[in-house]
Design a protein around this ligand. Sequence first.
Ligand code: GCW
Length: 714
Amino acid sequence: MRIVLLSLAIVLSSAALAEDGYRLWLRYDKIADARLISQYKKELTSLHIPGQSPTLLIIHDELNRGLSGMLGYIPKPTTGLTGLVVATVDTPIIQSLNLHVDPNLGEEGFVIRSITHSGKRLLILTAKTEIGLLYGSFHLLKLIQTQQSLQQLNIQSSPKIKLRILNHWDNLDGTVERGYAGFSLWNWHKLPGYIDDRYIDYARANASIGINATVLTNVNANALVLTPAYLQKVAALANVFRPYGIKVYLTARFSAPIEIGKLPTADPLNEAVKQWWKDKVTEIYKYVPDFGGFVVKANSEGQPGPQNYKRTHADGANVLADALAPYNGIVMWRAFVYDDKEPDDRVKQAYTEFKPLDGAFRDNVIVQVKNGPLDFQPREPFHPLFGALKKTPLMMEFQITQEYLGQSTNLVYLANLFKEVLDTDTYQFGKGSTVAKVLDGSATGQTLTAMAGVTNIGTDRNWCGHPFAQANWYAFGRLAWDHQLSSQQIAVEWVRMTFTNDTNTVASITTMLDQSWEACVNYMTPLGLHHIMGWSHHYGPAPWIKDKHRADWTSVYYHKADTFGIGFNRTTTGSNAVAQYAPEWQAVFSSRQAIPEKYLLWFHHVGWNDTLTGGKTLWEELCYRYYTGADQVKQMQTTWDMLKPKIDSDRHEQVRQLLAIQYQEATWWRNACVLYFQTFSKQPIPATLPMPDKSLSFYMSLEFPYAPGIKPQW
Ligand code: GCW
């Protein structure tokens, strides 16, 4: 009987400790090393947070939760100068310390200092605002989570970018476009009455990485979200998020004046339409007094927009901007536009449309540009609009959800992709004017600065569908705060907080993360290939897609494989997309010799027998890259298997299974692409490589009618 009870107790306690990924990087498990705990105890004898505002109470809770979890005790609450003191710079207690806080500290920045005052050691966390204190508290907890010393702290940190935004592509029916982690977090049916705990944990997680804005709805927008019934629900979410420093934004459907306003037109220059938007915005601010503004997808992929009325994108953006201006709201107007009637190279169209509009937008409009000129492909060169608009603020749109990068079955760490783009020199404001410096305003002088990420969050217990996909949410937030962090630094932080502080394990997992993006590019789209994925659901390879109602939704349009070679000629002898870049890049991209091979087939149509830098022909190199990619996944599996004793069994097993799927998918990509391209190259797969075990027709016959992430009507 005793044995039965005991094993029941063990089952229960291990169930309670199940590592299901829900806690994200905020796990706060007890530190095993007693020496370390006693060191921390010296700095954290007591806690003083003067004030009772909602944000201060959240800080209190989070510190108590984190410290009691990791150190096993709650610091004594005090009211004086001992232990840890958390207070804004204007409070008497901080003023009494004469800290000489840098006047350039941002409104959301924080300072953490270890000082000695009247012979006593103190740990001071201060900031200009309570939100700064919240960010500083998470930073302090992170130091403990990653087992750093607290003894000599002198930290000052402010975000480089003002708006750090998640874009949800969540529909009002609960589905998520390109979502691979279940359904929408927003339970519109139960709102506003029912506040799911998840909303609070979502806000905590975002605040912990400095995200301060959320766009609740899909850019393929439904005007109903602007009606009172939904605005009440939006207000309920905004109320939850406010004390965490997160503002709510919505997507505005351009035809809303017709659909819910019952006007005969949505022409942005029509007086009744202008008035309708003004009234609508006034109404929204009654529900959400700190509403952030709108994101708009217009005249793109069938969405309505100003061009329906022969007006420009600037006319469209400005009507909304004028309505929002009295409340300090902004418009994020997307540059992801391409015309279904326009035969021009699709990657050129955003620049062609927006470059002539430079300077025509109101001050509270920012143009939202995807990282590359096509569409979140595994790898793209940077978007030529960055730096090209001299008078208009531009913001980044990254995709955190892995629409084209293996969705939620592939481990692909996106910080390397983000960094490659951010660190690229645009040359548009002189040498050194990187994409990051265009975004943070240091190159352009713009003060409205923003970075958005299309999120991968859903109702899955682990939030993102794959335990490692959480790293991409984390990395996005960290880079939006500080784009100078390296992707490896971010990986180390995340691994330490999410898995373990064991040094060798951290190194092994960090290496896996670091190599995962190149691996994916290799097995999907090596050497600058792009847009060769499955039709509509975008799952798996399908380089054979052709003859669809629009050429630029097919694969053959992009790879242009023929008996001579493969690749899209975008040089002056081709579509001349190179002309949209600064002269420095034009020279590099146009030159068959100078172009980095990672972009080769993006810009050049290259013969199968051309020799590449490594000495192989293009055909051989293509094959080797595809095989290398799959082998790199095998390597990740080996590393992960070795880590079994170091990782909790729940997550180890989940990731083990997912890596096995990833390997199958990588070989599927490899085999399907190599066999398909072979029909053009007419050359054998190099004899040293294993032959595909299935035929091309087998791969071409595969169908996935219920693949996740698409709406049924797509
Ligand atoms: O990547 C494509 C997606 C669409 C998406 C579109 C966009 C929201 O396949 O699902 O629509 O981009 O960014 O607007």
